[in-house]
Design a protein around this ligand. Structure first.
Ligand SMILES: [Zn+2]
Ligand SMILES: [Zn+2]
Length: 272
């Protein structure tokens, strides 16, 4: 099974990456990808978190120097290697991204939410003493705010991120009581012609990707057509992870193309 594209991954330029960009790119080439993106964590939102502010930030200039070198090195590769960042949103960082992001000619910018009110959901602490409704409503409000930011971006990352880490029995975001907010979010994404990624970097007993199928289905019903496959690989062995599953579900829903970004321009790849 050929994997045509993968829009999201991390090398050791990211605080949680382990392998060199070179190693990742070589793996993507060996898998025969037509398009492969390295999208390092730019977690400016961590600066506003209690513990995460001590995690080293991406050295943007050093990363960008490496990008220029790697673009040169792989300019004749059969795999188009895209470079970008996964910019972590919180309301306080908007101005900084607005100023900084245009300084670099990245291929793709992923707009992402990991933190809520001073902590990354990954570490679980932000949920202490809060009800599911409080957490999910707050998350959906932040997501809508992140979609409306004035800085330029292309892809909206892992919608439903918080559901990965909660311990509620009914963890799903696809509940009637959240549907008005989900509708408003998807309509805004469609109005802005942004792309939703289907992200397979998830360890969960029932979910294999995000967003959940119900949200993807709703997006399609509302007229949304821009989706992309994202392994969110932090290791070369995870590039293309669960591609077959995601491709089958995307096709079942009715999607016909993946959307990928080269120099910030959207390109469509047929889902075979
Ligand atoms: Zn992420
Ligand atoms: Zn990521």
């Amino acid at each position: 099974m050929k994997i045509p594209s993968d829009s999201h991954s991390h090398s050791k330029f990211s605080h949680d990456g382990r392998e060199s960009a070179d190693k990742l790119i070589k793996k993507a080439e060996s898998l025969g990808l037509d398009y492969y993106a390295i999208t390092e964590h730019l977690d400016r939102d961590y600066k506003y978190c209690r513990s995460e502010r001590f995690i080293p930030q991406l050295r943007l200039k050093a990363y960008y120097r490496a990008v220029k070198r790697l673009r040169e090195k792989y300019s004749n590769s059969n795999t188009y290697v895209a470079f970008g960042v996964e910019a972590g949103f919180c309301p306080e960082v908007v101005e900084w991204y607005q100023k900084k992001l245009p300084e670099f000619d990245f291929d793709v910018i992923i707009n992402s939410i990991h933190t809520m009110d001073g902590g990354d959901a990954y570490f679980g602490k932000i949920f202490d003493g809060k009800t599911q409704d409080e957490i999910y409503n707050r998350y959906l409000d932040l997501l809508l705010a992140s979609v409306k930011v004035p800085y330029s971006y292309d892809i909206i990352a892992h919608i439903g991120y918080v559901t990965r880490y909660v311990s509620f029995e009914n963890y799903t975001l696809c509940q009637d009581k959240y549907m008005d907010k989900i509708d408003a979010l998807l309509k805004e994404i469609i109005a802005q012609d942004k792309t939703i990624e289907i992200n397979t970097h998830i360890k969960h007993k029932e979910m294999s990707f995000l967003p959940e199928r119900g949200i993807l289905q709703k997006y399609f019903e509302l007229g949304g057509r821009n989706i992309t496959f994202s392994s969110d690989a932090h290791l070369s062995d995870s590039i293309g992870y669960r591609y077959d599953l995601v491709r089958d579900i995307a096709k079942e829903i009715g999607f016909t193309h993946w959307t990928v970004y080269k120099k910030r321009i959207a390109h469509k790849i047929e889902i075979e």
